[in-house]
Design a binder for this molecule. Structure first.
Ligand code: AP5
Length: 238
């Protein structure tokens, strides 16, 4: 699928400084789809704050109680709470090499806090990969998304990536569900509330010189190929 390999960066560098990519985009832009592919290709963990929050809702943990009122209504979780979760995830051994971040940072304060977190390890964001998709397409994608209820949360789309049997995950046979925040009223709220802070994050990475924009309204494999080209170049510079 790609020219990028895990060997594009000398291994001693990996051991010393984490290689971190940010995927940026509106809800439904394809961050999750693409971040998973990039992580697999680059041999880095995929860290999604949305997945971490949804796992806490399923577990019934204290974190789940704290974040439910935000996530289910499509409102951003407060920055301090989000940073606590991110710092805990970054402290896990697999994140030593770095990560492909999905859905984080979502606000300028989160982006600045990530810079501070990485600076402690003499590192910085290698590239912020901004996946651009127009609003009508986003609404259509979110409304058509179905997610498997198994632990892997495989993602389908009724329009563009339907399962072979209606309502059933091709990969593990679990029932497919609609995310509570993918219902029509919540989709509008997410876009209205979350796009302005996202544009501030885009500005932050433009100012720091690591922003790369890619059109996301194309076949998934084409988007992946472009993102991998950018990531490969950034990995060589890092
Ligand atoms: P999160 O899980 O991050 O949701 P999101 O940003 O709203 O993004 P989505 O998961 O909806 O979309 P995506 O861009 O990953 O698209 P996907 O690949 O699935 O966050 C959920 C909530 O958690 C937030 O609302 C907030 O409350 C909270 N939260 C999370 N992080 C936070 C943070 N840092 N700070 C504060 N709060 C936070 O694709 C969408 C659909 O399109 C799929 O069906 C897919 O199959 C399809 N698709 C993808 N690519 C293509 C393509 N190229 N062509 C056609 N269809 C495509």
């Amino acid at each position: 699928m790609t020219q990028a390999t895990r060997l594009d960066r000398p291994s001693e560098t990996v051991a010393e400084r984490p290689l971190v990519f940010v995927t940026l985009g509106a809800p439904g832009a394809g961050k999750g789809t693409q971040a998973l592919r990039l992580a697999k290709e680059l041999g880095l963990p995929h860290i999604s704050t949305g997945d971490l929050f949804r796992a806490s809702l399923r577990d019934g943990s204290a974190l789940g109680d704290e974040v439910r009122k935000y996530v289910e209504k499509g409102i951003l979780v407060p920055d301090l709470l989000t940073m606590r979760v991110v710092e805990e995830r970054f402290a896990q051994p697999d994140a030593i090499a770095g990560a492909v971040l999905d859905g984080f940072p979502r606000t300028r304060p989160q982006a600045e806090a990530l810079d501070v977190l990485l600076a402690r390890q003499d590192a910085h964001v290698a590239a912020a990969l901004y996946i651009e998709v127009d609003t009508p397409e986003l609404v259509q994608r979110l409304a058509g998304r179905r997610v498997c209820s198994g632990t892997q949360q495989h993602v389908y789309n009724l329009a563009t990536r339907p399962p072979r049997a209606a309502g059933v995950c091709d990969l593990d046979g679990s029932a497919l569900e609609q995310r509570p925040d993918d219902r029509p009223a919540t989709i509008s709220a997410r876009l209205a509330r979350q796009l302005p802070p996202m544009y501030e994050v885009v500005d932050h990475y433009t100012e720091t010189g690591v922003l790369h924009a890619v059109r996301g309204d194309r076949p998934m494999d084409e988007v992946t190929a472009d993102l991998l080209r950018v990531a490969d170049r950034a990995a060589k510079r890092a």
